[in-house]
Design a protein around this ligand. Structure first.
Ligand code: MN
Length: 232
């Protein structure tokens, strides 16, 4: 069987300490998973439980490659997040089995067209153009996890050397395993899925020429520059 044109290659991410790459299936994201970020967005954590949305698998940017400033926005925001990389999946995963589905972790940036997201929120419209755009998901190498577990750790992001976001993973409203359990109620999860787990407070706009560095303790780090976007 031949294709009518060459299929797009599977997006892939280098694995720390390995010659093998991690093939990406889907990218799921959690929104509103840190109380202080819910508050800075004008929400109430008690009445705004975390939400799910998604990005295309080929939105990843790897190897610290430069990220072009997104089109159609005047307010492009960074959001540093712990990313779960699944090595197994399933539907309606039981809490005690969730950790066994984890292959490893990475640190990623959930780039957001904040102006489009605010407009969508105001009118109850979808977030797709605010979240699921090209090059909206820079990600570090994947750090394999032996037993799936990830104890507490520091998560931070700096712009041009100035720390903008800093929190603990223990600040997350839904834990890693709770996210997997909840997400598997809506989707059949599969090996290769990535889950961005939400961002702490301190988000703001960046511009062309800014340099972003971010890390999650015991997981990895990422550093790249924002460059002028293509106009064609
Ligand atoms: Mn986010």
């Amino acid at each position: 069987m031949a294709f009518v044109f060459d299929p797009t290659p599977t997006p892939q991410i280098a694995v720390q300490g390995s010659e093998l790459n991690f093939p990406v299936h889907r990218i799921y994201c959690v929104g509103q998973n840190y109380s202080d970020h819910v508050k800075e967005m004008g929400g109430d954590p008690k009445s705004s439980p975390p939400v799910f949305f998604s990005k295309p698998a080929d939105a990843i940017v790897t190897n610290n490659a430069a990220v072009p400033y997104a089109s159609a926005t005047d307010n492009l925001h960074y959001e540093v997040e712990l990313v779960i990389a699944l090595g197994g999946g399933g539907r309606n995963i039981e809490p005690l089995k969730a950790a066994s589905r984890i292959y490893g972790y990475a640190v990623g940036i959930d780039f957001t067209r904040r102006d489009l997201q605010a407009a969508a929120k105001a009118k109850g419209k979808p977030w797709d153009t605010a979240k699921g755009f090209d090059a909206s998901a820079p990600i570090s190498k994947i750090q394999p996890s032996e037993n799936g577990g990830l104890e507490d750790g520091r998560i931070w992001l700096a712009v041009n050397g100035e720390t903008k976001q800093e929190a603990r993973l223990s600040d997350m409203i839904w834990t890693v395993t709770e996210i997997i359990v909840e997400l598997s109620r809506y989707y059949e999860l599969k090996a290769g899925d990535l889950i961005f787990t939400g961002t702490p407070a301190g988000v703001s706009a960046i511009g062309v020429g800014d340099r972003i560095a971010a890390a999650v303790e015991n997981v990895g780090e990422i550093e790249f520059e924002i460059t002028a976007g293509s106009t064609n």
